[in-house]
Every structure is written in structure tokens, then in C-alpha cells.
Ligand binder design. Structure first.
Ligand SMILES: NC(=O)C1=CN([C@@H]2O[C@H](COP(=O)(O)OP(=O)(O)OC[C@H]3O[C@@H](n4cnc5c(N)ncnc54)[C@H](O)[C@@H]3O)[C@@H](O)[C@H]2O)C=CC1
Ligand SMILES: N[C@@H](CC=O)C(=O)O
Ligand code: NA
Length: 815
């Protein structure tokens, strides 16, 4: 036999009641179930409200009518006209009784807990009676059961304690003489020995179901609600939360203790004691298998089962020498709080015993402080104890799962995820059961923290990177196209979800925490974006407080660079193809590295040198593995390489430069390439990464241009000058050709000195054979001494550069 419990939403409308009855009918084909029902959704709240109104002497007739209508509407929809009257009459009788009670409250202006319980009982009575009657159309033997008659409690109105022995007998007895019927039992209500109605407190209808299930040794208790069972985290906060198939009782208790509102743990106790499985199912998605809560759970591969949280918590800290070695201090403290019904959510005590920190609901703080000040007056006056300190605006996050007990490194994973995302932990507690690790953090960090921790534990299931991209030019645009195309692959094969959560350029900016649609980003940005303001872009990115955040700088501007420090401080990683940051003052270059390290985030700039070619990475690997770099020789200007590879035969210099620009090889300002500045920046960054403290002026550069070109004030004037100096370039070209040589602009780093020179090389030179925008770099090191390590390939262009930025992005957080 099974017990099926349906909550408020499941009896909340005609449509839902039809679904409910279908489910009951289905179950009846196996065996008659016991059906426990709640009041229609919203009714219990209305009853509470009316009771309070009556107490204040305010009229409540309108609300009463509303409750009547709510039920009548269902009756009209679900019953044929001929069958409606008896149900209308019964509901009318219930509501008349209720009105009399409310009238009495109104006359006396007094609302006792006893009367309140009586008032509340009408919600379950009306709903259950109504549903049991509607059921007659489909089921030949439904029986309305006033459940209060079978659950016996003490006199503690509002939250009565059940007399389990008597209750078990009554239920068994009643059931055995009515086994041939489908019982529709009112949830939540009970009665005391004087037959006065009591209520079972929060989660009362679930409790009713558990009590009946336990008394009758049910095969299973089904809790039908409006969500897909228990999930790994609150789905409103964590989009990637997913339903759990199975949980142990303890795990369910721990998970629901902090927040998961699906069931209320104490209600499960009767089922727990009898080892009766509990299944949480979804009325609106009956195909969902449900979350099973039982004692014999299958071993699971998941390190934790879920993350729960409380978003409003305060902590009280007590410290003082008077506590050291004083046995019984915490006993006194916590029995005091428990006596006064203050629920202590979490406790931590330092091992020096010098301080105790505990968390309570913010509404309990004032009372708790008063109680403490009274109880410990002597200690406080003698300064053995400092005044209690209070901290508000905090939240609790707890990871829960029995597997934690057997898996080392669980807390490491938790704290790594929090630390990497810059979340400050105020207090920590681990249940001695090791089923639960709880941390107290700032309330504003909660959503970010839960998402980061969810990623960390279910990662290997799915990891998200939230990226904010500045610059939508040549590189930025291409990156979006590549991301869009690759996203499904990454999600499927690498369990990685990359979301572009912000885009900005000099004109507009737009944000979306769910990720912008990359097939329409341009229209979105232009039509719905707000006016761009760099500081605001950064502020907004920080304010969104998303986990695993990456700032991507695809501009060629100094402006974003001024924010890098601030971005690192806010534990956001940076990926950039913009060389302006790393090639300015050495102190700044160094400060970025230090800040990224200090804040535990990544700073990747592979495309600063040789676009997507693995140069920065290779150098780093060589150095980290203890190799010594003795010489670097390189061609690192894709533009100049292209020019020298194509400025042949009839080709003109000016036209060739133009082609390089059209192919996307040049800097936004091509003068930066031709005057050697861009190459200089790359040599400088390489030299610094190789461990040399150099400034821009330390890099010696040969000019390949005549002075007039170098001094051209605008790009247009620059091109005019190139055209005017055609003869100069022709001479250069022919000189090389006459000697069977080619022109190469080559950088060299040796003995801590960097220089870039124009050379003519013959076919024996390793840099002779190049084409397109090829870059080449050769590392001579202690280990690669006679035959250097060489990296060669296209070193400019939107595709290869965006791809390099892309690779950097997906490496964030990997190390
Ligand atoms: N073209 C190539 O092969 C390679 C380029 N790079 C680097 O890529 C970067 C971007 O180059 P392109 O896409 O060609 O440039 P671009 O001129 O086409 O685009 C630059 C973008 O940055 C935006 N921007 C500029 N200043 C800004 C600011 N202060 N605030 C917000 N947005 C701003 C612009 O609105 C534009 O959308 C440059 O730093 C370049 O050195 C790096 C390696 C190779
Ligand atoms: N403009 C640059 C592009 C890469 O940084 C070049 O020509 O090399
Ligand atoms: Na590179």
C-alpha cells in the first residue's frame, strides 16, 4: 500500500485536481492508496489573515466569499450540475461554522492558538471533502476522512506533538475496517485528548503522510509537489542545478535543513524510523521518476549530493579570556538559547577556546544579545568576556553528501572554488558526521558562491566561464563567430559552457547574465545596448558578481589597461591580445603578474606575441622546467613579414602594405607595424617573460622607413608618403635581389639585450623560407643548444589571433 500526498498547488485548480485524480486512479489499479491532501494553495494564508483581521475587529466577509468561490468554481468545473448541490451544501456548512468562529474572535478581540488551529483546519477540510466527492466520478469507493480524529497529540496548539502509540492504533484500526476504500485524508490537522483540533506545524501535511505511512507500514510514501524533486541546488539560483535520483535520509535532512523547501525534514522521521522510502514527485510532470529518499541508497559517483543555503543570517561572536578552560560555558550559552527557542543554525569554536561564533536568524539577534548580557552579566562586568559582536548581511552555504566521508579533498575543493572567486569565508563548520560542510559568507556573494561551488563539484559535469569582451573590431568579431560555432562542441565534449555575458566597444555596451545570443550580438548591441562608458563597463561586470569570470581585452587601447589591477582585485581573470598593458613600464607589467597571482586568477596573453602561435606558452614551459634561454631570434611582425614575402617583382611597396592591412594583419594603425613599434612591444614582452627587466627604450630598432614616412601625422598621410618614396623601397628590394637574398626584419635577444634589425639573408639562413604573414622564433637554450627549438607559422590575421584568444579563455581556471 502506498500513501500519496498532494500539496496546495496540486489541489489548487480544477485542472490540477483532474491530474491528481488520474494519478490516484492509476495507483488504485495496484492497491487502494491512502491520499493525504493539503488546503487549496493560498487558502491557509488567507485563513491566517482572516483570523488576525477578526482579532482586530476588521470585517472578513470578502475573504470568506473568496474562499467559497475558489472551491465552488472547482465544483462547477469538475462535477455535473446534478451532483453539485450536496458538495455546495457541505462546503457552505463548513464555511458557516468557520464564520461563527471568526465572529466569536471578532467579538472577543482575542485569538488563542487553539482557535487559530480550529480556523486553519477548514482549509484542509474543504479541499479534502471537495476532492473526495469529485473522485466519485472515477472511483467507486472514495471516503472523506477527517484526519484529526486519527492523529492524537498533546495540547501544544500550533505545533502539537504526536502521541505515536495511540495514533498508530487508531489509524490501523480505522484502515482495517476501510481497506476496500480509497481514503482521502485531511493533512496537517490532528486533535488532542479533549478532541480539540490541533495542527502539526510547518510541513504538516507531509507529516500526516509520514504518520499514516508509518502506522500502516506503507510500501512507499509519495509526496506530490510542483517541482522535480530535490535538486543539487536551488534552481532559481543555479541554472545548472539538476534533479537528484536518490538520497539517503540523512542527506535529505541535511539538504532540507538549509533551504531546500521541497520537504520539511522533521516530517520524515516516522518514515525514517520504519525505513519506508519517500519519493518526491511532480504533479505537473508525472513522468519524472522522482527523487527517492531511502536508507539503502546505491553508491554514487557524485562527491556531494547538493548545495543548500540560507540567504539571511547573522553571526554573534563571543570572546574573552573568561572562556578559556571554563567547562560548561558553551553548555550554559546554548541551553539558554534553546530554552528561549532561538534556533542556532551553526556553531564554530576556535581551538584556543577563546571565542565562539554562532549563527542565528537576524530576527533573533536582539533577543539573543539580551539573553546573553543577562546570563553572563558577571563575566561581562569583570571583563572576562567581551561584549558580543554581531555581524549582519551574511548567508550560509552548505555542501551535503555522505560520500564526503570517504573522499578526501572535499573541503579543499569547496574552499578553492570560493577563494578563486574572491569569496571571503567568515566562519566554517563541518558536521561531525562529515555529511555537511557549512560556510558563512557575505549575503551578496551567495549566488556567485553557490554557482561556483556547484561548478566545482559537478564540474566535471559542466563548467561555465562567464566572459566580458571589450572590443568588437577585427579580432573581437572573429572571436564571437568562433565561439558561436564551437560552443555546442565544448558543451558536449568538454563539459564547458562559455557564455558571453557582456560586450562593449567605444560606442555601446550590453550585458546579460544568461549569456548574449552570439548569432545576433551586433544588432543586440547596436539596438539595445546602452551608451558605452569604460568605467561603467568594468563596474557592471564586477557588480554582476558571476562565478568563473573572464575579462577579454580585444582593443588596442591603453584605457582598459588602467583597470587591470582593479579587475584582478575583484578576482576576475584577464585574457588579452592587447599589447599595450604588458609593453608599458616594467613596473606595470610586473604588477599585473603579481596581482593575478595574489588574487588567484589567470592572466593570459599568448596573442601578444606571434598571434595564435604557442610562443609565450613555450617560453614559460622552457623556463619553468629549468632550461636557460641563451638566445632568441625571431621575426615577429606579421605585417612586415607579409610585405617582404610579397614585395617582389612588379609589386609596389605601398600596394603591398595596403594588402596587409586589408588582410587584417596590421594594427588598427598600420604605422605601428611599419615603424617597428609593434615588433618592439613583442620583443619587450618576450624579454620580460624571459626574466629581463627591460624598458621600451632598451630595445634597439633599425628603421625600415625613411624619416618622412615615420613622421606622417595621419594614416592617410602615411600612405601618401609610402607612395612618394616608392623609389627608396625599389632600391632596397633590388639590392637584396641582386645578391640572391631576401629582406628580413629580425629581432634578437641575447645577454639581456634586445634589438631589431633589417637584414638581407640568403637561402642558407633558417629565416629565408617564409610566406604569407609567417612569424618564426628560434629559442637557443641550454637544452636546445646546437639545434634551437623553432616555432613557425602565420603570426597575424583575425582567425589565428581570435583562435589564440579563444584558447587562452578556455584555459582559464584549468591550471
Ligand atoms: N590583427 C592581428 O593579427 C593581431 C592583433 N592583435 C591585437 O588585437 C587587438 C585588436 O585588433 P583589431 O581587432 O584589429 O582592432 P580594431 O580596431 O578592429 O578593433 C578594436 C575594438 O576595440 C574597441 N575599443 C578601442 N578602444 C576602446 C576603449 N577604450 N573602450 C572600449 N572599446 C574600445 C573599438 O571600439 C573596436 O571595437 C589589438 O590590440 C592588436 O594589437 C594581436 C595579435 C594579432
Ligand atoms: N599587427 C601585428 C599583428 C600581431 O600582433 C603584426 O603584423 O604582427
Ligand atoms: Na602567441
Amino acid at each position: 500500500m502506498k500513501v500519496l500526498k498532494f500539496g496546495g498547488t496540486s489541489v489548487g485548480s480544477a485542472e490540477n485536481i483532474k491530474t491528481l485524480l488520474k494519478l490516484v486512479l492509476q495507483e488504485k489499479q495496484n492497491e487502494n492508496p491512502v491520499v493525504v491532501l493539503s488546503a487549496m494553495s493560498g487558502v491557509t494564508n488567507m485563513l491566517t489573515e482572516m483570523a488576525e483581521m477578526a482579532e482586530r475587529g476588521e470585517p472578513f466577509a470578502a475573504q470568506l466569499k473568496q474562499i467559497e468561490n475558489k472551491h465552488f468554481e472547482v465544483i462547477r468545473t469538475l462535477l455535473p450540475a446534478a451532483d453539485q448541490n450536496p458538495v455546495f451544501t457541505k462546503i457552505k456548512i463548513f464555511l458557516n461554522e468557520l464564520e461563527d468562529v471568526l465572529q466569536a474572535v471578532s467579538s472577543l478581540k482575542e485569538l488563542s492558538l487553539q482557535t487559530k488551529d480550529l480556523i486553519l483546519s477548514y482549509g484542509e477540510k474543504c479541499a479534502t471533502f471537495m476532492v473526495s466527492h469529485i473522485a466519485r466520478q472515477y472511483i467507486d469507493n472514495p471516503l472523506y476522512v477527517f484526519g484529526a480524529d486519527y492523529i492524537k497529540t498533546d495540547h501544544n496548539f500550533g505545533n502539537a506533538k504526536v502521541d505515536t502509540v495511540l495514533t498508530d492504533l487508531l489509524i490501523k484500526d480505522f484502515y482495517h475496517s476501510n481497506q476496500d476504500k480509497v481514503l482521502f485524508v485531511t493533512g496537517f490537522i490532528a486533535s488532542n485528548t479533549e478532541n480539540k483540533v490541533t495542527t502539526l506545524g510547518r510541513g504538516g501535511s507531509d507529516y500526516t503522510a509520514a504518520i499514516w505511512g508509518s502506522a500502516l507500514d506503507a510500501e512507499e510514501i509519495q509526496i506530490w509537489t510542483d517541482v522535480n524533486g530535490m535538486m543539487t541546488a536551488d534552481p532559481r539560483m543555479v541554472k545548472k542545478a539538476f534533479s537528484l535520483e536518490e538520497l539517503s535520509y540523512t542527506e535529505a535532512m541535511e539538504l532540507s535543513y538549509f533551504g531546500a523547501k521541497v520537504i520539511y525534514p522533521p516530517t520524515m522521521l516516522p518514515a525514517f524510523l520504519k525505513k519506508i522510502p519517500l519519493v518526491i514527485k511532480n504533479t505537473f510532470q508525472p513522468d519524472f521518476k522522482g527523487t527517492y529518499i531511502r536508507s539503502d541508497v546505491k553508491p554514487s559517483v557524485m562527491p556531494i549530493k547538493g548545495i543548500s543555503s540560507i540567504d539571511q543570517i547573522s553571526i554573534i561572536n563571543l570572546s574573552g579570556g573568561g572562556m578559556v578552560g571554563k567547562a560548561g560555558f558553551s553548555g550554559r550559552l546554548f541551553s539558554l538559547l534553546s530554552r528561549e527557542q532561538i534556533n542556532v543554525v551553526l556553531i564554530t569554536q576556535s581551538s584556543s577556546e577563546h571565542s565562539i561564533t554562532f549563527a542565528v536568524k537576524p530576527s533573533d539577534v536582539e533577543t539573543a544579545i539580551k539573553l546573553i548580557e543577562k546570563e553572563f552579566e558577571l563575566e561581562l562586568n569583570a571583563q572576562k568576556l567581551s561584549r558580543p559582536e554581531v555581524e549582519h548581511n551574511l548567508a550560509v552555504l552548505a555542501v551535503v553528501g555522505e560520500n564526503m566521508k570517504h573522499t578526501p579533498g572535499m573541503s579543499g575543493r569547496l574552499f578553492h572554488a570560493l577563494g578563486r572567486n574572491g569569496i571571503n569565508v567568515r566562519a566554517i563548520a563541518q558536521g561531525s558526521s562529515e555529511y555537511n560542510i557549512s560556510v558563512i559568507i557575505g549575503k551578496d556573494d551567495l549566488s556567485k558562491a553557490v554557482n561556483a561551488v556547484h561548478d566545482a563539484f559537478f564540474t566535471d559535469l559542466k563548467r561555465t566561464l562567464n566572459i566580458f569582451c571589450l572590443g568588437t573590431g577585427n579580432i573581437g568579431k572573429t572571436l564571437f563567430t568562433q565561439l558561436k560555432e564551437q560552443m555546442p562542441f565544448l558543451a558536449k565534449n568538454n563539459d564547458l559552457q562559455v557564455r558571453v555575458t557582456g560586450i562593449g566597444n567605444t560606442r555601446k555596451m550590453i550585458f546579460n547574465a544568461e549569456g548574449l545570443d552570439l548569432s545576433a550580438w551586433e544588432t543586440e548591441l547596436n539596438e539595445h545596448g546602452e551608451q558605452a562608458e569604460l568605467k561603467q563597463f568594468i563596474d557592471q561586470m564586477i557588480a554582476m558578481n558571476l562565478p568563473n569570470c573572464v575579462f577579454v581585452d580585444n582593443t588596442a587601447s591603453e584605457a582598459p589597461v588602467t583597470f587591470y589591477q582593479h579587475i584582478f582585485q575583484n578576482t576576475i581573470s584577464i585574457v588579452t591580445c592587447n599589447k599595450k598593458g604588458n609593453s608599458a613600464a616594467y613596473a606595470q607589467y610586473k604588477s599585473f603578474k603579481d596581482a593575478a597571482r595574489k588574487h588567484g586568477v589567470d592572466f593570459y596573453y599568448e596573442t601578444n606575441v606571434g598571434a595564435g602561435l604557442p610562443i609565450i606558452r613555450t617560453l614559460k614551459d622552457l623556463m619553468m622546467s629549468g632550461d636557460k634561454i641563451t638566445r632568441i631570434e625571431a621575426i615577429l611582425s606579421g605585417t612586415i613579414s607579409y610585405i617582404f614575402n610579397n614585395f617582389k617583382d612588379d609589386a609596389g611597396f605601398y600596394e603591398t602594405v595596403k594588402q596587409a592591412q586589408d588582410l587584417g594583419y596590421t594594427e588598427p594603425d598600420p604605422r605601428d607595424d611599419l615603424n617597428g613599434k609593434d615588433f618592439m612591444r613583442k620583443m619587450l614582452i618576450l624579454a620580460r617573460d624571459a626574466g629581463h627587466n627591460l624598458e621600451a627604450d632598451d630595445v634597439k630598432i633599425d628603421n625600415i622607413l625613411p624619416d618622412s614616412c615615420l613622421q606622417a601625422p595621419t594614416v592617410e598621410a602615411f600612405y601618401q608618403e609610402l607612395e612618394r618614396n616608392a623609389a627608396y623601397f625599389e632600391t632596397l628590394k633590388n639590392k637584396a635581389k641582386d645578391q640572391n637574398k631576401v629582406l628580413r626584419y629580425i629581432g634578437k635577444l641575447e645577454d639581456g639585450k634586445a634589438e631589431i634589425s633589417l637584414q638581407m639573408v640568403d637561402e642558407n639562413h633558417p629565416f629565408y623560407m617564409l610566406s604569407g604573414s609567417d612569424n618564426i622564433i628560434s629559442f637557443t637554450t641550454d637544452r636546445y643548444m646546437n639545434r634551437p627549438m623553432v616555432v613557425k607559422g602565420p603570426g597575424a590575421g583575425a582567425e589565428v589571433t581570435a583562435a589564440g584568444v579563444f584558447a587562452d579563455i578556455i584555459n582559464v581556471g584549468r591550471a
